[in-house]
Design a protein around this ligand. Structure first.
Ligand SMILES: [Zn+2]
Length: 106
């Protein structure tokens, strides 16, 4: 299982998803990188059938908004295009493709 790359505010402890320059909770610039378990729950998902030019060779692909068990919402791809995961589906981070998380069903 992969670990999520998140930022933790040194001021208030709030977790956020990079890239971010300031904490959304207290506006502190003291954000520290941390790795946390990459499991979560699908909130919503869709199929991207006409990807942007930079990803044209990878389409179609699934994209989901995931509420991580650590708290923050993360948007990432999901391996496979056969069935759209329903809200509530449990998933985990498989890997990063550049800066983009790629999840898999548990
Ligand atoms: Zn903060």
């Amino acid at each position: 299982m992969g670990t999520l790359r998140l930022l933790r505010c040194a001021g208030c402890g709030k977790l956020s998803v990079p890239p971010r320059e300031r904490c959304a909770g207290c506006l502190s610039a003291a954000l520290v990188a941390c790795d946390l378990p990459g499991e979560g729950t699908v909130v919503a998902a869709t199929v991207i059938r006409r990807p942007p030019l930079a990803l044209r060779d990878r389409g179609p692909y699934l994209v989901a908004m995931v509420r991580t068990d650590a708290g923050p919402f993360v948007t990432g791809r999901i391996d496979g295009t056969d069935d759209l995961p329903a809200p509530g589906t449990r998933i985990r981070l498989n890997r990063y493709d550049g800066e983009s998380p790629v999840f898999e069903r548990i």
